[in-house]
Ligand binder design. Structure first.
Ligand code: ATP
Ligand code: RIB
Length: 303
């Protein structure tokens, strides 16, 4: 099986549960605060490895107590960590507030993720035997652009999840094999307001026109829309569950989809597998702690 490489962020999530989000200027009590390993890159790596992929991560943690915990969480879930660097300074931290509906607000402090350089990646990356590289937007954009160029030169497909949302320069669209965006990111990247399958179809068409081979738009509890430049498209409804905490739903979806594709599943089957994985994630608290194993996903799909 070919490898998945994730180049991205690793964060400690500090999660406070509240009845309702505070209004500006208001102080409220949290019911409970917990520390969970997270970060979009690390979550996607954990999701891919847990769903059965051979997955390695390139990233950076701080030389602080969080650094060891974050490294251990990746190792425990089977992610290769030989290229996770330990740098002076504080690890990335995400301050997350979750309400009773399982919705969240996230404030991100980039820490050592903000110092993962092009040179760091060049020294660590080996494109031999790689199926796809997964990128997000929580490391410096210059590093991400370097990976886009380097992977394309090596003939490796790039899957880009520009989250948190940012626009993408026109000349980079052809370097992206699959763009994976939620509703907010789809609007920022395409300029089309996305709120349902019909608007997702329009947004995806505009991204494919810019020469990205495939686009996946995730629509939260509605599901996801897939389209590619060959005219194939799928609408996959979400699986109805009672949300506890939606943090890492998107990351789980992406990692599980990548794992299913490396195993040779067709696109539609892989999207259904990813949809089941993400549904399980929203029923559990935390980021990496909520990501299911392949066995759990298959059992859930067979129910
Ligand atoms: P997050 O930032 O919370 O990790 P996201 O905004 O990147 O997530 P979403 O579009 O919210 O991504 O969700 C990704 C996928 O997770 C959806 O396509 C869907 O399959 C699943 N999902 C999300 N929310 C729910 C929900 N409430 N119920 C069932 N499945 C869900
Ligand atoms: O996508 C969820 C992740 O976003 C959290 O784990 C948090 O670290 C933020 O990066």
């Amino acid at each position: 099986m070919r490898r998945i490489v994730v180049i991205g962020s690793i964060n400690m999530d500090v999660v406070s549960n509240v009845a309702q989000f505070p209004k500006p200027g208001e102080t409220i009590h949290s019911r409970d605060t917990s520390f969970f390993p997270g970060g979009k890159g690390a979550n996607q790596a954990v999701a891919a490895a847990s769903a059965g992929a051979d997955c390695v991560m390139i990233g950076a943690v701080g030389l602080d107590p969080f650094g060891n915990t974050l490294m251990d969480s990746l190792k425990d879930r089977g992610v290769g960590v030989n290229s996770v660097l330990s740098k002076k300074g504080t690890s990335g931290i995400a301050i997350i507030t979750v309400n009773e509906e399982g919705e969240n607000y996230i404030v991100l402090s980039e820490g050592t993720n903000g110092r993962l350089t092009e040179e760091d990646v060049a020294a660590e990356v080996n494109w031999d035997g790689v199926y796809a590289v997964l990128l997000q937007n929580e490391i410096p954009w210059e590093t991400t652009q370097y990976v886009l160029q380097s992977a394309n030169k090596a003939g490796v497909r790039v899957w880009l999840n520009p989250a948190p949302a940012r626009n993408i320069p026109e000349d980079l669209f052809p370097l992206v094999d699959t763009l994976i965006v939620n509703e907010t990111e789809a609007e920022v990247v395409s300029g089309v307001k996305v709120e349902d399958f019909a608007s997702a179809e329009k947004a995806a068409a505009s991204m494919i026109d810019k020469s990205t081979a495939s686009v996946i738009i995730t629509l939260g509890e509605q599901g996801c829309y897939y389209a590619n430049g060959r005219g194939e498209h799928f609408k996959i409804p979400a699986i109805r569950v009672k949300p506890v905490d939606t943090t890492a739903a998107g990351d789980t979806f992406i990692g599980a989809y990548a794992a299913a594709c490396t195993e040779g599943l067709g696109t539609e089957e892989a999207l259904r597998f990813a949809t089941a994985a993400a549904a399980l994630t929203v029923t559990r608290p935390g980021a990496q702690s909520s990501i299911p194993t392949k066995e759990e996903i298959l059992a859930f799909m067979n129910k």
